[in-house]
Write a protein that binds this ligand. Structure first.
Ligand code: FES
Length: 168
């Protein structure tokens, strides 16, 4: 489980996305199939340049983990609640929960346990290569000088894969 990377919870969609530190909120939403735009926004959005004001999200939790409002947001959102953000202008630095396409006065039910995780994090464990090597094999590989041959590529590949699970 990746615990040191920011998680973005999209409450309406019941979807949780793992993002790299400093990830752009609009980009992560679109990358994971989250629909940010109303009908008009779909037709007329500016593509993430802070010009159209259609990528609004409501921040329900973790506002302190987001980059501060940009001058563009100050202007576009001056008549909106303080917890509204333009997703395209917002960088995620920690856990956050957001509501897409918020409507004033709308209450979106928040159920903590219903989130489906969509991880685009680089960690997809590949334990099979590692589990082939016993600890005895590893000791031999490090003690002996590596001869140039076809067998050393297998050992090198197994060592280079990070974060594996032991299946033995
Ligand atoms: S996409 Fe236009 S303001 Fe965010």
């Amino acid at each position: 489980m990746v615990s040191d990377m920011p998680n973005i919870k999209f409450i309406k969609e019941k979807q949780e996305v793992v993002a790299a530190d400093g990830a752009n909120l609009r980009f992560k939403a679109l990358e994971n199939g989250i629909d940010l735009y109303t009908f008009m926004g779909k037709m007329m959005n500016c593509g993430g340049y802070g010009q159209c004001g259609t990528c609004i999200v409501e921040v329900v939790e973790g506002a302190e983990n987001l980059s501060p409002r940009t001058p563009v947001e100050q202007q576009k959102l001056k008549k909106r609640p303080a917890n509204y953000r333009l997703a395209c202008q917002t960088m995620v630095n920690g856990p956050v929960s957001v509501v897409t396409k918020p409507k004033p006065g709308e209450k979106v039910e928040y159920e903590a346990n219903v989130f489906q995780q969509t991880s685009s994090a680089p960690e997809s464990a590949a334990p099979s290569a590692e589990s082939r090597l016993s600890s005895e094999d590893s000791d031999l590989a490090s003690a002996e000088p590596i001869a140039s041959g076809s067998s050393d590529s297998e050992t090198g590949d197994a060592d280079s894969s990070p974060g594996k699970l032991e299946t033995v």
